[in-house]
Design a binder for this molecule. Sequence first.
Ligand code: THU
Length: 136
Amino acid sequence: MDPSSQLRDRLLQAARAARRLAYCPYSHLAVGAALACEGGSIVTAANVENGSYGLTLCAERAVVARALAEGQRGFVALAIVSSAARPVPPCGACRQVLHEFAPGLTLYLQGEEGAARETTLAALLPDPFELGDQPC
Ligand code: THU
């Protein structure tokens, strides 16, 4: 198996395990994320819902926060495994947060049915807000 397929499979497996820890009593959509960091470590997280609904934290933003708290800054690839039928892509807010740290990120998405889908953050967020857009 080539190295990128090996990484994909490891990440999907880690995201599937993380999905079990999702706190999603309101939507019942469990989402697990596994982020491959430069240097080889893999950081995982799941979505955390809240009774206020609006304070819900997506798995993708949770995994970025956890990786940063562990001292990681460079990200190579992200797997997202959800309990939906189709491979669900990250929401718009998460795309922008991921872009902040890893505009070149590779994404592996998997649902309950069918094969994993491979895509890139650049394909999903073709015209992002950039830090350079702010006046200094
Ligand atoms: N969710 C994620 O974890 N990631 C996304 O990109 C989209 C949505 C979660 C949030 C909430 O707990 C549930 O899925 C339904 O929106």
